[in-house]
Design a protein around this ligand. Structure first.
Ligand code: PHE
Length: 469
């Protein structure tokens, strides 16, 4: 049907796609076939896939990434760094390789941007764990090795000052290879090595100005957060200590930097202590698993999930049974960056306005100075759900968020449900959402806001057959 020569090359294949008018999207220069039943990635999201804020040296996210990498590698330089993974991954990489069950809610279309049945925008940096474990597998000379991955990750979510459909994570992992004891030694070499590794991280922690206070009642392990069979109690204990001290070192470094700059600027809310707590958690690819929270400006902030890597993951990456033990963590960067640099709205991180970008420089934690707050403009959208869709989940809140984002992009500050009720006689359900239109960079005119609001309303009617009130 088509001359063979067109489809011999990749470029030819893409041309073929467009000739055939097979619906497709292009992301980072590669064409992917779309599927009307599955695809929910939108143009406004695709536009963000090339931004790589974590690679920008003078951007808050990039500065923070660099700070953490340097600190972790200052201990003994074992972390190999992978910061250039592209955001499109397979369902295999994002979920199956990590042991997510087929019905895990994380896979749902309401939370994840799918390109087609097999490809999606990664929802976490753990999607690259398997590949990185493979990459470091043959560093066979070392008892210990590790990696750090930083990347943009994508989740369908609500719209407000702290949520954005794209954010950044750093994944870290360390493994030790089980080795025999040297002649005359009490313990195998790798156990001695882990003990020494813990001491080294503790030394670093002790150097910090404000010492971190740790509250941890997750030990002894609970039956719902058990250890893996193949590890001994001693290994679990040492591996967990090394993991927890390493994560505490990140928190300590970052928040101490902030405290010093607050002291220098004589800020009146400068904290006198730094408190963290460990809580039990669950992730399909680690056991046991935990989360760490930090006490900051009057509240506990969740920072990072982590745990001891399940052996299944290592086996899938080609390691031999019982050969290796290790840990992994995943840290969200944007929220920490907002707090360090005192950035009040997450959309600012994506702003190309020089009044924002010119404020930051490599290696420095400085406080953002607002250049002007442009007034917001509220509009309500109230509607009856169609009769046959009384269950709200059929029009998932995230679908509404997506419609609004796609039309108004970064001109929306927040969307809040302000009212919902079911009519006592007809049983029909009504919802009302309040949209705050506000630009970071300029004043919006009434006409402009009305036009956006009209588009949102018509799209809602068209896609979800709601009846506007
Ligand atoms: N990927 C997890 C998340 O996004 C965090 C995590 C990473 C947990 C590595 C355990 C190990 O929440």
């Amino acid at each position: 049907m088509f001359p063979n020569r067109i489809i011999r090359t990749r470029a030819g294949l893409y041309r073929l796609y467009s000739t055939l008018k097979v619906p497709h999207v292009e992301i980072n220069g590669i064409n992917y076939k779309t599927d009307p039943k599955i695809t929910n990635v939108t143009d406004s999201i695709i536009k963000l896939t090339g931004r790589s804020l974590h690679l920008k040296e003078s951007h808050p996210v990039g500065i923070l990434r660099d700070l953490i990498e340097k600190k972790l590698n200052s201990v003994d330089n074992t972390f190999k760094i992978f910061n250039n993974f592209k955001p499109v991954v397979t369902t295999m990489e994002n979920f199956d390789s990590l042991g997510f069950p087929k019905d895990h809610p994380g896979r749902s279309k309401s939370d994840t941007y799918y390109i087609n049945e097999t490809h999606l925008l990664r929802t976490h940096t753990s999607a690259h764990e398997l590949e990185c474990f493979e990459k470091i597998r043959n560093d066979a000379d070392n008892i210990k090795s590790g990696f750090l991955i930083s990347a943009d990750v994508y989740r369908r979510d609500e719209i407000d000052k702290t949520h954005y459909p794209v954010f950044h994570q750093m994944e870290g992992a360390t493994i030790w290879r089980r080795t025999k004891a040297n002649e005359g030694a009490k313990e195998p070499t790798y156990i001695e090595k882990i003990r020494e590794d813990i001491r080294q991280v503790e030394d670093q922690l002790n150097k910090e100005n404000v010492k971190i206070t740790v509250d941890d009642d997750t030990i002894p392990l609970k039956e719902y957060n058990p250890k893996q069979e193949y590890m001994s109690d001693l290994e679990v204990d040492l591996c967990s200590q090394h993991l927890k001290r390493s994560v505490e070192l990140i928190v300590s470094e970052v928040f101490n930097k902030k405290i010093s700059s607050m002291v220098k600027n004589k800020a009146n809310n400068t904290p006198k202590e730094l408190k963290v707590r460990w809580i039990n958690a669950y992730f399909p690819w680690t056991a046991p698993s935990w989360e760490i929270e930090v006490w900051w400006q009057g509240e506990w902030l969740e920072l990072c999930g982590c745990g001891l890597i399940r052996q299944d993951v290592l086996l899938r990456a080609g390691y031999k049974p019982s050969e290796t033990i290790g840990w992994a963590f995943g840290l969200g960067l944007d929220r920490i960056a907002m707090l360090l640099f005192e950035i009040p709205d997450i959309r600012l991180l994506w702003s190309s306005d020089e009044r924002f970008s010119k404020q930051f420089s490599k290696g420095l934690i400085t406080s953002f100075k607002p250049y002007s707050k442009h007034p917001g403009s509220f509009r309500d959208v109230a509607f009856w759900l169609p009769k046959d869709k009384l269950d709200v989940h059929q029009v998932h809140e995230n679908d509404l968020m997506e419609i609004i984002r796609n039309i108004a992009g970064d001109l929306v500050e927040s969307v809040k449900l302000v009212d919902s009720f079911t009519h006592p006689k007809t049983g029909r359900k009504s919802m009302c959402y309040r949209i705050n239109y506000q630009s970071m960079d300029r004043n919006l005119t009434n006409a402009e806001v009305n036009a956006l609001q009209d588009m949102v309303c018509s799209k809602l009617v068209k896609d979800y057959s709601v009846e506007l009130r």
